[in-house]
Every structure is written in structure tokens, then in C-alpha cells.
Design a protein around this ligand. Structure first.
Ligand code: S6P
Ligand code: ZN
Length: 183
């Protein structure tokens, strides 16, 4: 099970093992409101696990100059014809950037700038993605197996979920004839 590799494999410095590791999981009920097809969403089991995040947070939240590291495990699935995806956020300190890179499975990174222009990047094992400051980010699993990716972001970035919860992204990743389309 690849999910339990973290943190054991990644912490080559044994002194770090078990330190400041934070694990969160989100099930469907935590994603209420983000999918277009509300009827399809409500028919699904609300306790279904959507994704898990294991993070290594070696600095206190808000510390300038520090870095955080996390791996997200996003399960496959669709709500109607929309791919399973993360909540998505801007950083609370909006100018803070982030790196994402693909580990396993197939995903799409959906990005939106402050003018609400949306674009997407294909994510695959080994692909690297730079998310500049001011760009909201959300990942979708477009494959039929577990999709995981790593992230590195500043310890003073914070998360602004409210803006996305209220207004969403201005485009959605929809499956059309078996292929993801940004609509
Ligand atoms: C943190 C980074 C990721 C996400 C994770 C879950 O800045 O972007 O670790 O937190 O992929 O997504 P979300 O939108 O639920 O935080
Ligand atoms: Zn982020």
C-alpha cells in the first residue's frame, strides 16, 4: 500500500520521523457545494473518502521563510460527469507560491488567477508544476486509480477556502466522450 510509505520512506533523517506530521482526510460531505450536479452528489454516500493529505509542518504556521511539504492521495470517481477533486484554495497570503509534482496516477491541475482566468495542466508521475502567487489551485483525478501528488509551500502561506467556496472556479473539468474538458 503506497499510502503508508509517507512519512517512513521520505524521512531519511530518522530524527524527523513522527515529528510535526499532520494527517487530514476529507470525505464527500466536506466537499458539499463544489460539484455542479447536486442531485448526483446527494445520491452518493456522504461518508465516502475523497482524499487524504499527509503533511510535514516543521515550522509554526505563519513562520516567514519556512517550508511545508505534503502528499495528497485523491481517490478516483466522478460526481455526474465531473471528476473527483480537491476543495481548492488561494493562499491567505495571496502572493505565496507553491510547487506540485505528480507521483502516481493521472490528474489535472486546475488553476485560476485573480481575474478568474482558468487553465489546466496535465499531471502524471514526475510532472512538475509551479503555482505562482495569486493563483488558486485545485487537483482533479482524471484516471481510474489512486492519484497522488506532492506539494511544497511556504509556512506563512495559509489557506483561503472562502473565496472558492463562495464563487467556485470559472470553469469545470468535465468528462466528455471519456476525455477531460475544461468547460
Ligand atoms: C497546500 C496544498 C495542498 C492542499 C491539498 C488539499 O497549500 O495546496 O497540500 O492543501 O492538496 O487540497 P485543499 O484545497 O483541500 O487544501
Ligand atoms: Zn496551496
Amino acid at each position: 500500500n503506497k499510502k503508508i510509505i509517507f512519512p517512513e520512506l521520505f524521512f531519511t533523517d530518522k530524527n524527523l520521523v513522527g515529528r510535526d506530521v499532520c494527517k487530514i482526510s476529507r470525505n464527500l460531505s466536506d466537499l458539499k457545494g463544489i460539484f455542479a450536479d447536486v442531485e448526483a452528489f446527494e445520491k452518493m454516500p456522504q461518508d465516502k473518502l475523497a482524499y487524504e493529505v499527509s503533511s510535514f509542518l516543521p515550522e509554526k504556521e505563519g513562520t516567514p521563510g519556512g517550508l511545508y511539504f505534503g502528499i495528497t492521495y485523491l481517490y478516483p470517481g466522478k460526481v455526474g460527469n465531473e471528476y473527483m477533486m480537491t476543495k481548492g484554495h488561494y493562499h491567505a497570503s495571496i502572493d505565496r507560491a507553491e510547487f506540485y509534482w505528480g507521483l502516481e496516477g493521472e490528474g489535472m491541475l486546475i488553476l485560476m488567477d485573480e481575474q478568474r482566468n482558468v487553465w489546466a495542466e496535465r499531471v502524471f508521475p514526475g510532472s512538475l508544476h509551479y503555482i505562482p502567487g495569486g493563483v488558486a489551485h485545485r487537483m482533479a483525478n482524471v484516471g481510474s486509480s489512486l492519484f497522488s501528488f506532492a506539494a511544497c509551500w511556504p509556512s506563512d502561506a495559509g489557506h483561503n477556502y472562502a473565496e472558492i467556496a463562495e464563487k467556485g472556479f470559472s470553469a469545470r473539468l468535465i468528462e466528455v466522450n471519456g476525455i477531460p474538458h475544461l468547460i
